[in-house]
Design a protein around this ligand. Structure first.
Ligand SMILES: Cc1cc2nc3c(=O)[nH]c(=O)nc-3n(C[C@H](O)[C@H](O)[C@H](O)COP(=O)(O)OP(=O)(O)OC[C@H]3O[C@@H](n4cnc5c(N)ncnc54)[C@H](O)[C@@H]3O)c2cc1C
Length: 603
């Protein structure tokens, strides 16, 4: 790791802002060319401790300021004015150091439809190949196969960077959950990486099969190149702005960055490109601090305008989730047992001695289903009628985003597109009364294509003031967000009462199947939260559709500033977890940048 003053004395070919999931991956790939110098500036520090590396420790670093930015939304009017937490990694490796390690691909249908939004060059086969370049998959063990782990080798990359495989420990509730879903008519999907996500499956995790530790951008990518002289990583430093030249014939050039380290302001210059990879919440803030954004917002912040780009910080999307809690009839081992000190110590020792056992794993099973699977036909009809009426509103019809409303409308009735994810957590992450010493589980439902469109904007000209995050929770045309969550909760009640999981469930604790729709709506407003997948705030869309970057990830109106490979560039949400796609973006971006470099593109 470098000192700030040494860093600032160098001139880099590429400066990457944010050494997170994809920024660090991209920096590492670019630096495999010895002819270029790459500088990375990351606000967090390197932390390779058990809180990050042990799968069973997930959740422990959250709210710890040494690991987590711990963002809060602004009060959400339709969610009882609550400020909803959105944790984000503040360490080298970013959120890939904190996440739950589900390494899941997106959907063939969805990626192929990006073209309908005016995005070209990003179809399923391109993204699939790029994930394959990122992935170093190992087949699951026989024990994992008994838990329906994906065993279809040709869907996976074998020689990439991020080590993936199935876990080596499964909670007792996994197979009962499969049984209940199968009895609900949801088939087991044995090849989740094929581009078809529909069904119930055991996920492939970003885990090293040799050590059963987390594989993330720090150890998967950066450690391969960190000893090379042409990559320099500065940690504990906050980029406060990209220094942009004045615009010449409508185009501005990134000259370098300014950053703070130990309270002191430094600068570093760049020969070729500045690449912002600061995540979906801080990328728009940094663009605005650099004078790129909506002129009205910049004026209020006292920031001189460099590029008029009103899409910056708009189009914010997330997966919204609600949880239900249940008490078990049985005395199964669950993750809650880890709250007993002696049990936790024994599991930790087991892991340290053998790399096996409960701490080598987390939750492991995911369900993805289309609308028709959880919204009854009569409800579907009335829901779509209300939506169609709402979509006639001139504010929507004349909106630059009309095309993606149309696309989401098509996806609602496409049985190949997942609209709902369900996860069974082998623990009690819930509210409500419970019997002491009883065992529990939590079931969560997640909307995959919410209709809310929120915003993220800087609140001052200082990088140290967190941005204002407004996901517009539950604010959707025809109230479709609430209707779908309501039906999702009712569907989850059925799952909890069906098959082997139903036999094991002593009682549903809260919410209750006997509650009226009004009570359930009230519960949803009280409980809805972020599934921690924010995207869209610097969207890859045509400029006329409020896009911020073009198909080559270059910020409109600049010759050499890209927003690369962080989740802010997704134009529309993925019906899955994002990290594998983010790795693919790093690889795709590296290809694009290398082509530009070879062509000697005029910068
Ligand atoms: C608790 C949790 C669980 C999750 N579980 C899963 C999962 O199981 N599977 C999955 O696919 N996804 C999961 N996700 C989501 C996924 O991990 C993230 O979407 C993804 O890692 C984001 O990558 P990114 O590159 O966009 O941003 P990040 O990885 O967050 O990187 C952004 C980096 O920029 C740095 N930075 C920001 N501003 C500045 C600045 N001004 N100067 C310098 N550095 C700066 C940050 O410190 C950070 O390191 C989870 C997320 C969380 C938080």
């Amino acid at each position: 790791m470098e000192s700030a003053s040494a860093f600032s004395r160098q001139v880099f070919d590429y400066i990457i802002v944010g050494g997170g999931n994809t920024g660090l991956a991209l920096a590492s790939i670019l630096s495999t060319d010895p002819g270029v110098r790459v500088g990375v500036i990351e606000a967090g520090l390197r932390k390779d401790d058990e809180m990050i590396l042990l799968p069973g420790m997930i959740g422990k670093p959250l709210n710890n300021p040494d690991y987590d930015w711990s963002f809060l939304t602004k009060p959400q009017i339709l969610a009882k004015n609550r400020r909803i937490p959105i944790p984000r990694g503040k360490v080298l490796g970013g959120s890939s150091a904190l996440n739950y390690m589900a390494y899941t691909r997106g959907s063939r249908i969805e990626f192929n439809d990006w073209e309908k939004l005016g995005v070209t060059g990003w179809d399923w086969s391109t993204i699939r190949d790029a994930v394959n370049a990122a992935e170093a998959w190992s087949p699951p063990s026989d024990y994992a196969k008994l838990h329906n782990a994906d065993n279809v080798a040709h869907n996976h990359g074998r020689h990439g960077y991020v080590k993936t495989t199935a876990y080596s420990y499964y909670y007792d509730l996994v197979l009962p959950f499969f049984d209940s879903m199968n009895k609900m008519g949801v088939a087991t999907n044995y090849s989740e990486a094929s581009g078809d996500l529909i069904g119930i499956w055991t996920y492939t995790a970003s885990i090293d099969p040799q050590t059963n530790t987390r594989s993330y951008s720090t150890n998967a990518y950066y450690d391969r190149v960190s000893s090379q002289p042409n990559i320099v990583c500065l940690t504990g430093a906050f980029v406060s702005r990209v220094v942009m030249s004045d615009s010449k014939e409508g185009v501005s050039r990134a000259l370098g960055v300014e950053f703070y380290s130990s309270g002191q302001l430094f600068s570093a210059s760049v020969r070729r490109e500045v690449i912002i990879s600061a995540g979906a919440l801080q990328t728009p803030q940094l663009l605005e601090l650099s004078g790129i954004g909506n002129p009205n917002i910049l004026r209020k912040l006292g920031i001189p305008l460099k590029i008029d780009l009103p899409g910056v910080g708009e189009n914010f999307q997330d997966h919204f989730t609600v949880t239900l809690g249940a008490e078990l009839r049985s005395n199964h081992v669950t993750a809650d047992d880890l709250s007993t000190e002696s049990f936790a110590q024994a599991r930790l020792q087991e892991y340290r001695d053998t790399r096996r056992g409960m701490l080598s794993s987390t939750l492991s099973t995911l369900v993805f289903i289309p609308t028709s699977a959880f919204v009854p036909a009569d409800k579907m009809k009335s829901m779509i009628e209300a939506l169609d009426r709402a979509l006639q509103d001139p504010a929507i019809r004349n909106s630059p985003y009309k095309q993606w409303y149309d696309l989401q409308r098509q996806w609602l009735e496409n049985d190949g597109v997942a609209q709902l994810e369900i996860i069974l957590f082998p623990s009690y992450t819930h509210v409500g009364c419970t019997r002491e010493n009883a065992k529990h589980y939590t079931m969560s439902v997640f909307l995959q294509h919410a209709w809310s469109r929120g915003t993220v904007h800087a609140t001052s000209a200082s990088v140290f003031d967190p941005p204002e995050i407004d996901p517009a929770t539950l604010d959707s045309p025809g109230d479709i967000g609430m209707v779908m969550l309501l039906e999702a909760v009712k569907y989850a009640f059925k799952v909890m009462q069906t098959g082997t999981l139903g036999d094991l469930t002593a009682k549903i604790i809260e919410p209750l199947p006997t509650w009226s729709d009004d009570q359930l709506r009230d519960y949803i407003r009280s409980m809805v939260k972020s599934a921690l997948h924010p995207i869209g705030t610097a969207s890859m869309l045509p400029r006329s559709a409020n896009g911020v970057v073009d198909n080559d990830l270059k910020v409109y109106g600049t010759s050499n500033l890209r927003v690369v490979s962080d989740a802010s560039i997704f134009p529309i949400h993925l019906g899955t977890h994002p990290q594998a796609t983010l790795d693919s973006l790093a690889h795709r971006a590296a290809e694009i940048i290398k082509v530009d470099q070879k062509a000697g593109a005029k910068l």
